[in-house]
Design a protein around this ligand. Structure first.
Ligand code: G3P
Length: 217
């Protein structure tokens, strides 16, 4: 499963890239606002750190305007992936951009039927938001399993990009279902390395090593 970082914080992106844990980045208008930085500038900087897809989201609601915004965004770098909302205008934009070979991530997906439409529009990625579904008492992971089944039934090439990931359990469940990609805050990716028995084992190895009085260097 590919790991994308859901952030516009460049220092975090660099850290994950250096650890070999980064396959791409997703941003959205809220993350750009949180960073306090210029949208195009920060997308350019991120595209220089990873060669993987970097999602940059259009903000217009209407197809022609989305196309104009996408024109600007896709010129930033070859690895920019245009993010469009799951609306009829967004799907129209997706289809048109895909015809030109531009990567497209269809976002704000909350149902399997929406995911079916995105695949029919030729999306490179579909972004179902699992955390936000869990928040309202639905099962985000059931949605991922349904989309996996439907895409496999019809051999759709659209990659399932599990979004709104909030915990290591989300990552594990998504991997078991066979999702292609997950995007999460960098803190969740770092949490995957943590285990209390690892910490405990390290502590006892360090204590026993000290008793030997030896040094490797
Ligand atoms: O980038 C979209 C998605 O990952 C947002 O997550 O936590 O705001 O629901 P969240």
């Amino acid at each position: 499963m590919k790991f994308f970082a859901d952030t516009a914080e460049v220092a975090d992106i660099k850290e994950l890239q250096d650890a070999g844990l980064l396959d791409g980045v997703t941003t959205n208008p809220s993350l750009i606002s949180k960073s306090g930085r210029d949208f195009k500038e920060v997308v350019k900087e991120i595209c220089g750190i990873t060669s993987g897809p970097v999602s940059a989201e259009v903000v217009s609601m209407e197809h022609e305007q989305m196309m104009k915004e996408a024109e600007v965004l896709r010129k930033i770098a070859d690895n920019v992936c245009i993010k469009v909302p799951l609306t009829i205008d967004g799907l129209k934009t997706c289809r048109k951009l895909r015809a030109d070979g531009t990567m497209v991530n269809v976002t704000l997906c909350f149902s399997a039927n929406q995911a079916l439409l995105a695949a029919k529009a030729g999306a490179s990625f579909i972004s179902p938001f699992v955390g936000r579904l869990d928040d309202i008492g639905h099962s985000g992971m059931e949605l991922i399993a349904d989309i996996r089944l439907i895409y496999d039934n019809y051999d759709f090439a659209t990659e399932i990009l599990v979004a709104s990931v909030r915990s290591p359990m989300h990552v594990l469940d998504a991997a078991k279902i066979g999702a292609d990609v997950m995007t999460s805050p960098p803190s969740v990716i770092k949490q995957l390395a943590k285990h209390t028995l690892t910490d405990k084992g390290l502590e006892s190895f360090a204590a026993d090593w000290a008793k030997t009085g030896q040094s490797i260097l």
